[in-house]
Each structure stands twice: as structure tokens, then as C-alpha cells.
Design a protein around this ligand. Structure first.
Ligand SMILES: Nc1ncnc2c1ncn2[C@@H]1O[C@H](COP(=O)(O)OP(=O)(O)O)[C@@H](O)[C@H]1O
Ligand SMILES: [Mg+2]
Length: 255
């Protein structure tokens, strides 16, 4: 079992969750999927366990900036190699050479470089999964640590054969979750590839739903809520919990 790294999940999963879990974090854009993944990454590192983070929608640099704006300093973890970012977005910038980059951005870029791998062809998922497996080995991830992907939706947009990709994901689940006992957490948007979402849901071990409260929406308010829909192998509370995101704290449950 793994202790959930995020407070609200500790309440929803009082006994923790199996380390062999393939977990989807699902919801509409803006419901807080990326923030939840960022918090899971940081708090796992703080628990002394390694993390591999695949960024599909952001560069490694802008991902690190998101941690820093939350007052979560991940630089030491990148330097001591307990935190690895697989940057699957910056390849889009390969031919783009801006004339002027602010000095502090250059400095931050250098500071994080030890912990960043640039992935030049994320659509080649066999290659992507083998670099991931190499990182897991390098970071000594057996029964410790966590892999996070933000987002699987974006990865689905770049692969050419989605049925083949799904097959590769099942093999990856067998290796990472079921053999190495490392949880694999990915975010997934609602409203795109919904047919795939239904298929993915069949082989997820855990599903965490995020939404805007329906009663809030009626009043024109965006109130974020979280629920654990499924967690194989362990008891979980099934209620919706209302939360906000606060600097320095992350996901904070509201009354
Ligand atoms: N640094 C932050 N501080 C406070 N709130 C934030 C911060 N970053 C994001 N949020 C809040 O979280 C919301 C959801 O962000 P995000 O995690 O990117 O959603 P998703 O990935 O589900 O589309 C934002 O619209 C904002 O309200
Ligand atoms: Mg997001």
C-alpha cells in the first residue's frame, strides 16, 4: 500500500492505495487535474520517494515554474536525480530560436537540466516507454516512487494508431504497476476521445473524478470537487469533496 501523497486523498482513501495501481485523474479542463498531479509529484518527493513526470502539454521549464509558484522547490530533487521530467513538448521548439531569452529563465533552464530529458518523438511511444523504463531503473524504482503523465489525452492526439497505443499501454501497466509495483497516474480530459476513455476505464485500477459542482454551476460558480470512483483492492469513500487550490498548500478541502 502507498500512503496518498495529497491530504484530500488521505481522507478519501483512508487505508491508502495499492502500489500496483494504474490511476486515471479525469475531468473537464480547469477542474484541477494538472495541479493535483503536480501536488502528487511534489509530496511524493517530500516523502523521500522518486518521481518521473511526463509533460505533454508544457515544457519542463514551465512545469517547474508551476511547482515554484506553489512555493514547492523541486530544484534539489532534480539535482539529486530523484526527480526526472520527460519533456514531451519542447520538441515543438526545436527549430525555434528566439533572439532574446531573459537571463533568469536561462539560469533556471541550466539549473533543471540534470533532471530533464527531452523526448523528440513522443508519437514513437515504444521509444517513449523504453526511456521511461530506463529512468525507473536509474532511479531504483521498485515498490517506491510514482510515474505521472499530464496528459494522456494529449498523448492520444499525437499517436497515429490509437488501438496499437492502447495495447502498448496495457503492456506498460503490466511492467510498471504489476511487476515493479510503481503506481502510474495519468490525467485525462473529458469530452475528447470519450470512446477511448471508456476503454481505458476498463483497465484502470483507480479512477479519480474531478468536476465543477452542479449546484455551483446553476449559480454561475465554478466550485471544484473531487471523488474517488474506483480503487481496486482497497476501501474508499465515495462522496464528492469540495476543494480549492491554495499557494503553498495545494488542494485544500472546503467545508
Ligand atoms: N498556482 C495556482 N494557485 C492557485 N490556483 C491555481 C494555481 N494553478 C491553477 N490553479 C487553479 O486550478 C485551476 C485548474 O488548473 P489545472 O490544474 O491546470 O486544470 P486542468 O489540468 O484540469 O485543466 C485553475 O483554473 C485555477 O483556478
Ligand atoms: Mg491540465
Amino acid at each position: 500500500m502507498m500512503k496518498p501523497p495529497v491530504k484530500i486523498l488521505k481522507y478519501l482513501l483512508p487505508e491508502g492505495f495499492p502500489r500496483s495501481t494504474l490511476m486515471a485523474v479525469q475531468g473537464e479542463p480547469g477542474t484541477g487535474k494538472s495541479m493535483l498531479l503536480i501536488e502528487m509529484a511534489y509530496k511524493t518527493l517530500k516523502m523521500g520517494e522518486p518521481v518521473v513526470f511526463l509533460t505533454m502539454e508544457d515544457t519542463a521549464l514551465t512545469t517547474v515554474q508551476k511547482f515554484l509558484t506553489m512555493d514547492w522547490n523541486v530544484l534539489p530533487f532534480l539535482k539529486n536525480r530523484s526527480f526526472k521530467i520527460l519533456d514531451c513538448f519542447s520538441y515543438r521548439l526545436e527549430k525555434y530560436k528566439p533572439r532574446k531569452i531573459p537571463e533568469r529563465i536561462k539560469k533556471l533552464s541550466d539549473e533543471i537540466s540534470l533532471g530533464v530529458d527531452l523526448v523528440s518523438e513522443p508519437d514513437n511511444y515504444d521509444l517513449l516507454w523504453s526511456s521511461l523504463e530506463r529512468d525507473l531503473e536509474e532511479l531504483g524504482m521498485v515498490e517506491r516512487g510514482m510515474v505521472l503523465v499530464d496528459s494522456m489525452t494529449e498523448l492520444l492526439t499525437v499517436v497515429s494508431d490509437q488501438a496499437d497505443f492502447l495495447e502498448s499501454l496495457k503492456n506498460l501497466k503490466a511492467k510498471v504497476c504489476k511487476t515493479l509495483f510503481v503506481p502510474f497516474v495519468y490525467s485525462l480530459h473529458f469530452g475528447v476521445f470519450d470512446q477511448f476513455r471508456t476503454i481505458l476505464e476498463c483497465f484502470d485500477d483507480g479512477i479519480v473524478d474531478l468536476r465543477f459542482s452542479p449546484t455551483g454551476l446553476q449559480k454561475g460558480l465554478l466550485i471544484k470537487q473531487i471523488r474517488v470512483r474506483r480503487m481496486s483492492g482497497v476501501h474508499h469513500r465515495g462522496e464528492w469533496m469540495t476543494f480549492d487550490i491554495k499557494r503553498g498548500e495545494g488542494v485544500v478541502p472546503l467545508e
